[in-house]
Design a protein around this ligand. Structure first.
Ligand code: NAD
Ligand code: TYD
Length: 360
């Protein structure tokens, strides 16, 4: 049995689907269901006997201990986090609380839980900590991509909180011998991503004929990885990763934000055309994000050499699939873009008004 923290969020829920498609072993999702957590993401597996859900907060030590003692997992895959950079700029404290303190609480609970085991079983336990490439800071145009040896230089409160949690995980391996693995992944996209992040936000806004807010001049570069490729990498790391090691995961898809948004617009021109002109005309440059990292890029040599993982999706194939998923799931989009979502749009972009789309 394994435990998935944050399994009702974007990557966590994709991982649950992937796991249940690949493995017989049962899993338990432990998730606080914040604005980013959504049980609808898990609806397709709700009746699967290998799946169960526990609502709980990773900062709640008693709840975490109860879970471990009841479920007795052999591994934890730790996704639970506050994950949106813009929210971390407006309200950093929640990031300190969940990402740093929450990870600490999990590590402490696991340390005590593992101490009850026979020494041989202790070694087979795994704590896979899902982190981000943003811990490495920002690259210039001709800098080499981030490798596992790149020093941490986090720039946003989100990145700082993830870097801090990574260091706590590292310390628990070195001090207490906890068998951990850490991975740093680039920007993910795919089904079930909350539309506060670039790609689903642009799809959702374009369909509703709302402006497409591009920060600054749109020249910032991100590496994009389809979420299924990330899930395959996580499975490989959990199965065969060397304890105490970190692995960088990337999609070999460096694109400017403008290129990403224009690609989404061109696809929508084919699948959901505007009455007049192209969706590209909806792109609106808005004030830049404070401290905006300019470029992220990943050297994936280590995971390729050691674990034989390579991404399967190109950006072209992945974005086609992703767009189709959002167009095929208007009810999911509608359900997550009410209430708290509108409040966020009001606060951040100055407009949260939304009409229910006709096809929903
Ligand atoms: P998400 O925001 O979509 O989901 C986070 C999930 O964690 C939600 O289900 C939420 O309810 C849950 N959660 C939040 N606080 C919690 C708490 N205190 N206790 C229990 N559950 C809590 O995030 P995501 O995009 O799926 O990211 C998952 C992980 O992957 C994060 O750790 C993030 O840092 C990392 N990551 C994300 C990306 C990306 O592009 N999205 C890239 C690299 C790494
Ligand atoms: P985001 O999806 O928030 O991921 P991250 O900040 O973790 O990379 O943003 C991806 C890029 O898109 C980032 O450079 C900021 C930019 N962006 C916009 O230009 N407009 C937007 O409305 C959003 C949400 C992001």
């Amino acid at each position: 049995m394994i435990v998935i923290t944050g399994g009702a969020g974007f990557i966590g829920s994709n991982f649950v689907h992937h796991w249940l498609a690949e493995r017989d072993e049962p899993l338990v999702v432990f998730d606080a269901l914040t604005y980013a957590g959504n049980l609808e993401n898990l609806a397709p597996v709700a009746s699967d006997t290998r799946f169960s859900f526990v609502r709980g907060d990773i900062t709640d030590r008693e709840a975490v201990e109860r879970l471990l003692n009841r479920v007795r997992p052999r591994a934890i895959v730790h996704f639970a986090a506050e994950s949106h950079v813009d929210r971390s700029i407006r309200g950093p404290q929640a990031f300190l609380k969940t990402n740093v303190e929450g990870t600490f609480v999990l590590l402490e609970a696991v340390r005590v839980y593992r101490a009850q085991w026979a020494p041989s079983d202790r070694e087979s336990f795994r704590f896979l900590h899902v982190s981000t490439d943003e811990v490495y800071g920002s690259l210039g145009p001709s800098d080499p991509p981030f490798s596992e040896a790149t020093p941490f230089a986090p720039n946003s409160p989100y990145a700082a909180s993830k870097a801090a949690s990574d260091l706590w995980v590292r310390a628990y391996t070195h001090t207490y011998g906890l068998p951990t693995l850490i991975c740093h992944c680039s920007n993910n996209y795919g089904p079930y991503q909350f539309p506060e992040k670039l790609i689903p936000l642009m799809i959702h806004h374009a369909i509703e004929n709302r402006p497409l807010p591009l920060y600054g001049d749109g020249s910032q570069v991100r590496d994009w990885l389809h979420v299924e490729d990330h899930c395959r990498a996580l499975l490989a790391i959990l199965d065969r990763g060397r304890v105490g090691e970190t692995y960088n995961i990337g999609g070999r898809n460096e694109l400017t934000n403008r290129e990403v948004v224009e690609t989404v617009c061109r696809l929508l021109d084919r699948h959901r055309p505007r009455a007049h002109g192209s969706h590209v005309e909806g792109i609106a440059e808005v004030p830049d994000r404070p401290g905006h990292d300019w470029r992220y890029a990943i050297d994936t040599g280590k995971i390729e050499r050691e674990l034989g993982w390579v991404p399967r999706e190109t950006f072209v194939s992945g974005i086609e699939k992703t767009l189709s998923w959002y167009l095929d799931h208007p009810d999911w989009v509608w359900n997550v873009t009410t209430g708290a979502y509108r409040e966020w749009l009001d606060l951040h972009y100055g407009t949260g008004r939304s009409e229910r789309p006709a096809q929903a």
